[in-house]
Design a protein around this ligand. Structure first.
Ligand code: C5P
Length: 217
């Protein structure tokens, strides 16, 4: 069976960066499952599908033409990386991600990323639902203040404007929605290793995960 390393955690915890670097170091494939939810939100907005219309969204999820190529996110062949990364797209993604039929429709699509020699999967329910047999499950988190600060610095570095207070409010709202939903709520599974990165650098977090992977592998 192709090994899977699952990294779950809240928004802006740095899990995407850590997961991407771990995949690179291991020479494994990488699944950014949040990007799939983000692209679905963009597709829905493009087609005028309401973000609460569960049946229409699930149908759209089943037919979603999403691809990842050299770091770019493609929707129907068009590079939508910039729109997909916006805060408002993340918020829309979090709304549609609470709908059970949408999650079911995206399940097999995510599982198809399990390809040799291995997969590092980043999301909210990688260890609990999508890849329950993952050989290593990490729940990567950080305080909401440090996550808001990291996101603030990223946005400023990109030349965008941002307000720490707005980011804090958005992160708290998104955390509340992701942890309280009925299907696949964001929480560490019993066999996950908790990694709090509030005071860790990206490098330290990557080393921590790689060391554990070596011990188990
Ligand atoms: O990780 P990212 O911020 O890109 O995810 C966007 C939103 O998609 C999250 O707030 C979450 O609601 C949803 N999501 C999810 N399950 C995943 C990945 C993302 O519900 N496996």
């Amino acid at each position: 069976m192709v090994p899977v390393l699952a990294i779950d955690g809240p928004t802006a915890s740095g899990k995407g960066t850590v997961a991407g670097l771990v995949a690179e170091r291991l020479g494994w494939h990488f699944l950014d499952s949040g990007a799939i939810y983000r692209v679905l939100a963009l597709a829905a907005i493009k087609r005028g599908v309401g973000l609460t219309d569960e049946a229409a969204l699930a149908a759209q999820a089943s037919a979603l033409d999403v691809a990842f190529e050299r770091g770019a996110i493609l929707l129907e062949g068009e590079d939508v990386s910039l729109q997909a990364r916006r805060e408002e797209t993340g918020n829309s993604a979090s709304k549609i991600a609470a709908l059970p039929a949408v999650r079911t429709a995206l399940l097999e699509r995510q599982q198809a990323f399990r390809v040799a020699p291995g997969l590092v999967a980043d999301g909210r329910d990688m260890g609990s639902v999508v890849f329950p047999g993952a050989f290593l499950k990490i729940f990567l988190t950080a305080s909401v203040e440090s996550r808001a600060e990291r996101r603030y610095k990223q946005l400023i570095a990109k030349g965008s404007t941002a307000s720490i207070d707005d980011l804090l409010r958005d992160l708290r709202e998104r955390d509340a929605r992701d942890t309280s939903r009925l299907v696949a709520p964001l929480r560490p599974c019993e066999d996950a290793v908790l990694l709090d990165t509030t005071t860790l650098s990206i490098d330290e977090a990557v080393h921590f995960v790689l060391n554990l992977a070596m011990q188990r592998g």
